[in-house]
Design a binder for this molecule. Structure first.
Ligand code: EPS
Length: 388
């Protein structure tokens, strides 16, 4: 399975093409729209989300509610584009109209300046438009298709915020993936510990008043992944390395951890490895899951536990200093409409890109043209692994 996305933040629409989804998968616009809605929500989103109600249009690869095995095309219209018809016009327009909303004061921490240097833009809007987190709409749409494949194979995925703007959320031990999903969905800030909800919402309000932004750390957990996805035979086949790239590719994500992650640098080997157990019902299990379900670049059958850190959004209402790219004079950075935090939304994006990697790896290992064959192959393999 492979995919590409296209589209600018204020252009007419966002598009994705996915190839390699087996035939016979039930797929409706509603399956995708639910996740698009989740991505638009969360406390701390800005004015743009009041304008958009993201709805997917499927224009290829699905017939009568089922995939056909042909490439799937997904489209989401940017409602806001109607107000940007000239600024985002594909056709060339008069010089004086072009300078409307032209950007020459790059925002520190955004793609504005380096994108301008690299592509030789005299209007940094060209960097902003494609580097905008609006692009993550399509990653969520693609992830929703991936999650449909995973659901057919009894693989369940959830995400929740574990650190919000430096405030650590204590998470009760031994929550199942389904419980995390349920609790995080109820929360406007995607935390499983409701006692912290108000305090963090108040903090987001305070940050907004200060014209500042906050990021944090999101955890994604996937249950039911069979052992043996990924491989140790080559560097670019390792499952954790593929997931690391997917997570760090999300706008503003700066790092990734698996299981105890960077804590492994502080612990002894006996406190990091997970003892191997076997019983008739479950086959091979582990006494603990410090390694987050990864051994030797492969899934080991335990829940996968992945954390990603998102930096605060770079667009600040109280802007930092920058330089005008025409005069080289110091200036305050451009203020674009923005969100004080998009962390809960970023969790939905992370869940989606992780689901996409796992679905891709499943299809790599159990190459199948249709869902029936895929389900049979995975069931057979699960039986075999249990009694290995
Ligand atoms: C973004 C700026 C804001 C965000 C946007 C990302 O958009 P606008 O400039 O239109 O107000 O709302 O995020 C989205 C549009 C989205 O769908 O997540 C940026 O500059 O990265």
């Amino acid at each position: 399975m492979r995919y590409l996305t296209a589209g600018e933040s204020h252009g007419p629409r966002l598009t994705a093409i996915i190839e390699g989804v087996p035939a016979g998968l039930s797929l409706t616009a509603q399956d995708i729209n639910e996740d698009l809605k989740r991505r638009q929500g969360g406390y701390g989103r800005g004015g743009r989300m009041k304008i958009e109600t993201d709805q997917v249009e499927i224009t290829a690869g699905v017939r009568h509610g089922k995939t056909t095995g042909a490439p799937i095309t997904l489209n989401v219209t940017n409602k806001d584009h109607q107000k940007w018809l000239e600024i985002m016009s594909v056709e060339d327009i008069e010089e004086k109209l072009k300078s409307k909303r032209r950007i020459t004061h790059p925002r520190p921490g955004h793609a504005d300046l380096v994108g301008g240097m690299k592509y030789r833009f005299d209007d940094l809007r060209n960097s902003l438009e494609r580097s905008s987190a609006r692009e993550t709409t399509m990653r969520v749409a693609i992830g929703a298709v991936a999650k449909r494949i995973l659901a057919e194979l009894d693989i369940d995925i959830a995400n929740h915020v574990v650190v919000f703007g430096g405030k650590e959320i204590d998470v009760p031990d031994k929550l199942t993936v389904a419980q995390i999903k349920e609790l995080a969905k109820k929360s406007e800030i995607s935390v499983v510990n409701q006692e912290r909800e108000q305090e963090i919402k108040d903090y987001i309000d305070q940050i907004k008043r200060e014209g500042d932004t906050i990021g944090g750390i999101v955890e994604t957990i996937i249950g039911g992944v069979p052992a043996g996805l990924g491989s140790f035979v080559q560097w670019d086949k390792k499952l954790d390395s593929k997931l690391a790239q997917a997570v760090v590719s999300i706008n503003a994500f700066k790092g990734v951890e698996f299981g105890v992650g960077f804590q492994a640098g502080y612990r002894k080997g006996s406190e990091v490895m997970d003892e191997i157990l076997w019983n008739e019902a479950d086959g091979y299990t582990r006494r603990t899951n410090h390694l987050g379900g990864f051994e030797g670049g492969m899934s080991n059958g335990q829940p996968l536990v992945i954390r990603g850190v998102m930096k605060p959004i770079p667009t600040l209402y109280k802007p930092l200093m920058s330089v005008d790219i025409e005069t080289h004079e110091p200036y305050k950075a451009t203020v674009e409409r923005s969100d004080p935090t998009a962390l809960p939304a970023a969790g939905v994006v992370m869940e989606s890109v992780v689901a996409t990697v796992i679905a891709t790896e499943i299809l790599e290992k159990f190459s199948s043209d249709n869902m029936e064959e895929l389900k049979e192959a995975v069931a057979r393999y699960r039986d075999y692994v249990k009694n290995f």
